[in-house]
Design a protein around this ligand. Structure first.
Ligand code: TRP
Length: 413
C-alpha cells in the first residue's frame, strides 16, 4: 500500500478513464485518494461513485469464500466481481493479483490482503500472483536501490511465510523479472498518454513515475498472458484502484487476449492513532510482522486510540464506543473471526463492563498469536533464492506471456 503521509504531490484531478468524470459539486472539496496521495476524511461511499466501482451486494459476499474481511465489509466494493465469482464457483481458471511496494518493513495492514488471497487459493484454487514493485518505490521514495533491495528481500520472506501453494502462485519482482515485464509494459505504455496519467494520479515528479502505471498494468494482466483469458481479481485498498482503472483502459485499447481485471476494493486498516489509514511512516507506529510479543503489547498499550471514557467511573457508567476503538477495530477486521463473540465483546464494551485496557489485552493476545504463527513460518524459511525458486515464472511461462502480449523475445528466453 502506498504511504498516505507522502502527499507532497497534489493531484489536480481524480477523473478516471472509465467514469464519466463529472464530480458533483458537493464532493468537490473534502478528500483526495490516489496511489501517491491520500488526504482528508475518506468517504468510502462517495469514493466508489467517484471511481465508478460498485458496492458489493450481500449475495456477492456470500458467494466469496467466507472471511471476516468480506463478511464485515472491510472489502466493500469492486469491479466485475460476478465474473470472478462465476469462474471460482464453476472451477474454471481464475486469478488473484495482490502486490507489494517494498519501501519498508511490512506491517499488519499489508499482510491482510495476502492472507485473504491465500484463503481464496485454498478454497477455490485461485492462481495468485504477487508482484513486488521495487522500481516504483525507488522512484517514489528517497531511498537507494540498495535500501529498496533490502526491503524487497525482507518483504519476500513475509510473503513466503503466508504459505501460498507454489504450484498456483507466482511472485515477480520488477527489476528481477524485467525480461518479461518490461516488453509488455512498453507495449501497454504505447497508448498510455501523459494526460491520462496526470488525470488519474495527479502530476508526477519524474518520467519514471509516469511510466510506472504501465508496469502495474502488466502485473494485473500477467496471469492471463501466462495462462490464458480468465477473470482476475485485484484485492487492494481503494487508493490503488487508479492502477486498475488504467489497466482496464489500456487492456481494452490494446486488443490483448485478456479480460479486463476486476477489483475488490478495501477500506484502510485504521492507524493505531485513530480512524484513518495505517501508515508505515506517519507519526503513529505500526505493528510490524517481525515485532515480538513485548513490542506488540508496548505499542498497543502506548499508542492505540481507544473509545473508552476518561475515567473509570465514567466508563463503567456510560460505556465505551467500539466504533472508534482501534483495538476493537483490529478484532473486527481480522482477529476475531466469530461474529457472536465479536458482538459480545462490543456489547460488554458499550455497557461499560469491559474496559479499554481489557480490550487492548484481548487485541494484543490475538495479534500476538497471529504473528507467532507467521513468524514461525518465516523463521523456518531457508535461503531466500532457494525458497523463491518454486514461485518464479518458468522459462515456458515467460515465453508464453511475451508471445501472448505480441512481443516475442528477440533472442529466446
Ligand atoms: N503499487 C502497490 C503499492 O504501492 C504495489 C503493487 C504493485 C500492487 N503491483 C501491484 C498492488 C498489483 C496490487 C496489485 O503498494
Amino acid at each position: 500500500m502506498s504511504d498516505p503521509t507522502d502527499n507532497h504531490r497534489e493531484p489536480n484531478a481524480t477523473t478516471p478513464p472509465e467514469a464519466d468524470g463529472s464530480r458533483s459539486s458537493d464532493e468537490a472539496d473534502e478528500f483526495t485518494v490516489t496511489p501517491y496521495a491520500v488526504s482528508g476524511e475518506v468517504n468510502y461511499d462517495k469514493l466508489v461513485a467517484r471511481f465508478g466501482a460498485a458496492e458489493l451486494t450481500d449475495e456477492q459476499i456470500t458467494r466469496f469464500p467466507d472471511h471476516p474481511l468480506l463478511r464485515r465489509r472491510t472489502f466493500y466494493a469492486g469491479r466485475d466481481v460476478d465474473d470472478y465469482l462465476a469462474a471460482a464457483g464453476a472451477g474454471d481458471p481464475h486469478a488473484v493479483v495482490t502486490g507489494r511496494g517494498p519501501s519498508g518493513p511490512m506491517h499488519l495492514g499489508h499482510v491482510l490482503p495476502l492472507y485473504l488471497a491465500k484463503r481464496f487459493q485454498r478454497e477455490t484454487g485461485a492462481t495468485v500472483y504477487v508482484p513486488l514493485s521495487d522500481d516504483e518505490k525507488f522512484l517514489a521514495k528517497e531511498q537507494s536501490f540498495a535500501s529498496i533491495g533490502e526491503h524487497t528481500r525482507e518483504n519476500l520472506r513475509d510473503i513466503l511465510a503466508v504459505g501460498f501453494d507454489p504450484a498456483r502462485t507466482r511472485i515477480v519482482i520488477d527489476t528481477a523479472d524485467a525480461d518479461v515485464l518490461y516488453p509488455i509494459a512498453v507495449r501497454l505504455a504505447k497508448h498510455l498518454t501523459p494526460a491520462t496519467v496526470e488525470a488519474v494520479y495527479g502530476e508526477q515528479d519524474t518520467v519514471g513515475l509516469q511510466f510506472y502505471p504501465a508496469v502495474q498494468a502488466t502485473h494485473l494482466l500477467l496471469p492471463q498472458l501466462v495462462a490464458g483469458r480468465q477473470p482476475t481479481l485485484v484485492p487492494i485498498a481503494v487508493d490503488q484502484d487508479p492502477h486498475v482503472r488504467v489497466c482496464r483502459d489500456v487492456a481494452a485499447k490494446e486488443a490483448l487476449p485478456v479480460r479486463k481485471p476486476g477489483a475488490l476494493l478495501g477500506r484502510f486498516l485504521p492507524s493505531l492513532a485513530g480512524p484513518g489509514k495505517m501508515s508505515s511512516s506517519g507519526d503513529a507506529p505500526s505493528i510490524e510482522l517481525t515485532d515480538d510479543p513485548e513490542t506488540v503489547a508496548e505499542t498497543i498499550h502506548t499508542h492505540a486510540y481507544t473509545g473508552g471514557r476518561p475515567t473509570l467511573e465514567d466508563h463503567r457508567e456510560k460505556g465505551g464506543d467500539p466504533t472508534v476503538d482501534v483495538p476493537f477495530q483490529y478484532l473486527r477486521y481480522f482477529f476475531e473471526p466469530d461474529d457472536d463473540e465479536l458482538e459480545r465483546i462490543a456489547a460488554a464494551y458499550r455497557a461499560g463492563d469491559l474496559l479499554s485496557g481489557d480490550l487492548k489485552d484481548l487485541a494484543i493476545e490475538r495479534i500476538t498469536d497471529f504473528l507467532a504463527a507467521h513468524q514461525r513460518r518465516r523463521n523456518a524459511l531457508d535461503e531466500l533464492a532457494t525458497e523463491l525458486e518454486p514461485y518464479r515464472l518458468t522459462d515456458e511461462e515467460r515465453r508464453r506471456a511475451l508471445d501472448s502480449a505480441g512481443v516475442p523475445s528477440v533472442v529466446g528466453v
